[in-house]
Every structure is written in structure tokens, then in C-alpha cells.
Design a protein around this ligand. Sequence first.
Ligand code: 5GP
Ligand code: MG
Length: 178
Amino acid sequence: MKTVKIKDKEFAISISSDKIQNAIKQVASKINNDYVGQQPLFIAVLNGSFMFAADLFKNLAIECEISFIKVSSYQGTQTTEDVKELIGLNQNIEGRRIIILEDIVDTGITLDTTIAKLKKHKPADIKVATLLYKPEAFKNQFIIDYVGIEIPNDFIVGYGLDYDGLGRNLSDIYKIIN
Ligand code: 5GP
Ligand code: MG
């Protein structure tokens, strides 16, 4: 089995690049159908979502825009449940149809806070597209409109996701083994 070592931890391959790209094509195809003529504004949550946002965007055929914001709630391999301020929203979103792009929804705390903060700017509506979703870890009520791949509650790295800043460059996704 393909493994990688990042700092003190070992990870084994879990989701191949091909599987990731297929999941993204399916999400893109649904959004292409749902948003014809709507010119949605995608808001990608940095840092983790940068690869997903880039690959999803290449598969979109509708007129659309993208903007990037930053929030951060993870330290090492544990969620701190302390969502920081939303940085970088420098665009008027009033009346716009928003699709938030996330790399992964774990507890959902980050997104719940992000959605609440974005709502204050009076968008027409807000939907969520995430590449990965951990249903066992999810603690919130909001609806996740577009999910690429559901995964078990393991800590993962690769394809934009990091362990202490490293591993984002891997094109496959790896899960922690020890
Ligand atoms: P949540 O607030 O839903 O618990 O977690 C949201 C953020 O934590 C995600 O956007 C992601 O940046 C990070 N995160 C959650 N699970 C993982 C994981 O398994 N690996 C990594 N590297 N980051 C994760
Ligand atoms: Mg994220």
C-alpha cells in the first residue's frame, strides 16, 4: 500500500486522484444543471479548498464568479471548535446566489459560523458544495447541497488538506494510520 510520512505521522492512500476527479465532475454537472442563467458567486474557504475550487471551476459551464475567504479552526489533527473571524470578503454579495466551496465538512462548525456571517450580508441564498463529508462527525443542522465523497471519521491529508501545513500538494488523499 502507498504510504507517506509527514512529520511524526504515517498516512496510507485512501482516495485516488481519479476518484477525486470523478466526484468533482459529478458535483460540477449538478451545479451546471441547477444554475443555468443564475451567475452564482462561489465563495471558496481557504486554505484547504483551493485545489477543489480550481478543479471544480474547470468543469463549470455556466456563467459564474469566484471569491476567496479565510477561516481556520484546526490545530494539528484536532478541531479546536473555535472558529475565527471571516477574512477577505471584499465583494458586495447582496442579492447574489452564493455557493460556498469547502474541502471537507467535519463537525460543520466552521461552515455553520461562515453561513451565519455571510447571511448578514443579505445574499439571495446560500448553498454548500464540499468535496468531502464525514457524516459521523457532523454536529450541525444545515443542509449540504453538493457532496463529492462521504468518508469515515479519520484524519486525512492531501489534495489541499494539510497536517501542520504539509501534505497539501499530494494529488491523492491519504488517511492517518499512526
Ligand atoms: P469542521 O468545522 O467542519 O469541523 O472542520 C472544518 C475544517 O477543518 C475543514 O474545512 C478542514 O480545513 C479542517 N478539517 C476537517 N477534517 C479534516 C481532516 O480530516 N484533515 C484535515 N487536514 N483537515 C480537516
Ligand atoms: Mg476547509
